[in-house]
Design a protein around this ligand. Structure first.
Ligand code: ATP
Length: 255
């Protein structure tokens, strides 16, 4: 069983607070894995450590067998590991489609050599990216909104746009930070269908989520963190009846 992500004894301290403490787990390639835990457990910090936005104090992170713990966020993203944030970061002044067209890298049109290359090559690339963006917007269900200003999307639609922006980069692994937070129940069903579609297209998903219905329905395996550490891992059913997990959520006061 190939592991696409291996987190080995990763730690990070903020002043006096040990936010992540020798955290250790793996994510199987091709899986949908959940990452859960009470508020402040260190889940988002762990995402930042894995995606290069925050540097670990110690420990190793391997993506597709390669060490990435010292790489920049930009380089990690280029390898095919992308993340979303709890609060989407769309470019508000642009249309939904323009938000996607900004993502592809190394476009001939962006480079000095485009001046030297035949215009057809630039136009061909623009046409390919446009087709890709339209396909991605259809996939997430935003096809009708392509020409809308991103600022006018609902909270749930902004989450879909952020997903779409990630998909433009052809990720192998997507880290999703609370994709359903602030999303209305109807759109949550749609979002879950979209996540299944993304997964079926070959992308591995690691999802931080407080909505247990989403975790139970989507994930084959769940990792539970508390106080910066992994305290349990297993199937959603196993996790639900795990005493340590119940204690962590209830603040250690369960019977
Ligand atoms: N940049 C930072 N500076 C100082 N403390 C931080 C920083 N980032 C996170 N923390 C602290 O680290 C701890 C873990 O936070 P983190 O956001 O990773 O938890 P979480 O499990 O994602 O929580 P939630 O489910 O509420 O989002 C918290 O106590 C938080 O206040």
């Amino acid at each position: 069983m190939k592991q696409i992500l291996e987190i080995k004894d990763v730690s990070r301290r903020f002043g006096g607070l040990q936010a992540v403490n020798k955290c250790r787990f793996s994510v199987r390639a091709g899986s949908i894995t959940g990452l859960v835990g009470p508020n402040g457990a260190g889940k988002s910090t762990l995402f930042s450590l894995v995606s290069g936005f925050v540097r670990p104090d110690s420990g190793e992170v391997l993506f597709d067998g390669n060490h990435i713990e010292k790489l920049s966020a930009h380089d990690i993203a280029r390898l095919g590991l992308r993340r979303t944030f709890q609060i989407p970061r769309e470019l508000k002044q642009m249309t939904v489609l323009e938000n996607l067209l900004l993502v592809p890298e190394g476009q001939f049109g962006d480079q000095v050599r485009s001046v030297l290359l035949p215009g057809k090559r630039v136009r061909d690339e623009e046409r390919i990216n446009l087709q890709k963006a339209q396909g991605v917007l259809e996939m997430v269900g935003l096809g009708e909104k392509a020409q809308h200003p991103a600022a006018l999307l609902s909270g749930g639609q902004k989450k879909l746009l952020e997903l779409a922006r990630c998909l433009m980069a052809d990720p192998k692994l997507l880290l999703l930070d609370e994709p359903t937070a602030g999303v209305n129940p109807t759109l949550i069903r749609h979002l879950m269908a979209v996540l299944r579609r993304i997964h079926a297209s070959g992308v591995t998903l690691l999802i931080i989520e407080h909505n247990m219905t989403v975790i139970m329905e989507l994930c084959e395996r769940v990792i539970v963190m508390d106080r910066g550490q992994v305290i349990a891992a297993g199937t959603p059913v196993e996790i639900q009846s795990n005493k340590e997990v119940l204690d962590a959520y209830l603040g250690g006061v369960s019977a």
